[in-house]
Design a protein around this ligand. Structure first.
Ligand SMILES: [Zn+2]
Length: 119
């Protein structure tokens, strides 16, 4: 990944972070004003999603600063620019991402109530 790509993704990430900040503010404003229906807030994401996305953006920006952006956090291979274009916060290559999703979806099949068994 060259500098121009890196700078491009950095500004993409910053733009998205800015937009998420506004959405988060809109959500909090909506809550603090009485009589405002939650539906009035035209937020793209829920509060949790905004928080999650902000975290991954911070993480990606940190990786740009550290010089590790664009390499898979798991196997160390380069993440394709096409993949980063689609998802600038990606920290795993496609192969590792698919493997992770397979594991995640495997977990979701089991009942969440069984994670903490009753004693
Ligand atoms: Zn990988």
């Amino acid at each position: 990944m060259d500098e121009s790509h890196k700078n491009r993704f950095k500004s993409l990430l910053r733009e998205e972070r800015q937009s998420l900040w506004s959405q988060r503010d809109a959500l909090f404003d909506g809550k603090s004003h009485e009589g405002t229906e939650p539906g009035d807030v035209s937020a793209e994401y829920s509060e949790d999603e905004i928080f999650d996305r902000l975290q991954s953006i911070q993480f990606a920006l940190g990786r740009i600063a550290a010089g590790t952006y664009g390499t898979c956090a798991k196997c160390g291979r380069e993440i394709s620019v096409e993949r980063l274009e689609a998802q600038p916060t990606a920290c795993l290559c496609l192969g590792c991402q698919l493997a992770k999703e397979a594991i995640d979806s495997g977990h979701s099949h089991s009942s969440p109530h069984r994670i903490a068994p009753l004693s």
